[in-house]
Design a protein around this ligand. Structure first.
Ligand SMILES: [Zn+2]
Length: 227
């Protein structure tokens, strides 16, 4: 997984031309990583988080705040946090440890370029593409305007949904493939907090397809019971 530096573009052409169907899931058989129990569901871990803030209040649209502005500022913040977090685990996510970008339930995330070509790539490469794609979007003044009086583009909500899909997959890969390293580093309370915040925010604002989150529904329910 990449660091928190600037990422090169995933493709030479405009990556915003990617469509949601371009980033697809494929079941490609059993991965040895996935045969073991799901340690992240164990009670002694699932109850760990770094704050006991009211997450529902934290994610709801504050009165008087423009919804697009609220989505934009949170998107930027989630990207920064998740990018930083994944970079802390990057030494454990290599082409040899993670030859495919696998997620919960033996899902394999396949990157599709803007020419419709599916790229079988390792997890670090997949998430490099993802972070690069997101960073390009966030720094595009036409998509995430920062100047006073600017307006958000028509497809803004759709692009935010794509960003949240990729951020969700980043955390899903960590839970599925790097949870033991996360525990060893003592990062599991941070991971749970980020994940609760992301999934609650996504639910409040309809940003993630339930089909995408289904393989981690057990974790989402277990963490929700702690709130
Ligand atoms: Zn990995």
């Amino acid at each position: 997984m990449g660091g928190c530096h600037s990422y090169p573009s995933a493709t030479k052409t405009d990556s915003k031309t990617l469509q949601p169907s371009d980033i697809s899931n494929e079941k490609l058989g059993t991965n040895n990583n996935n045969l073991e129990e799901r340690p992240y569901l164990q009670q002694q871990y699932v109850c760990q988080r770094v704050t006991h803030t009211d997450m529902f209040a934290l994610t709801a649209l504050p009165p008087g705040v423009d919804k697009a502005e609220w989505l934009a500022s949170n998107t930027v913040a989630f990207f920064k946090h998740i990018n930083l977090f994944s970079s802390a685990l990057s030494e454990f996510c290599t082409p040899s440890t993670c030859p495919t970008a696998c997620g919960p339930g033996n899902m394999v995330y396949v990157w599709t370029d803007d020419h419709g070509r599916k790229l079988k790539c390792s997890a670090p490469l997949y998430f490099d593409y993802a972070m690069s794609y997101i960073q390009d979007l966030l720094t595009d003044e036409a998509v995430f305007p920062t100047k006073a009086g600017s307006v958000f583009p028509t497809g803004f909500f759709f692009l935010v949904q794509k960003v949240f899909l990729l951020l969700f997959r980043t955390l899903a890969h960590i839970y599925w493939c790097h949870y033991r390293e996360t525990l060893a580093l003592g990062l599991h309370p941070h991971l749970n907090t980020l994940f609760i915040h992301l999934t609650l925010f996504s639910r409040q604002h309809a940003l993630l397809d339930p089909e995408e989150t289904a393989p981690l529904r057990d974790l989402i329910l277990a963490l929700g019971q702690q709130l």
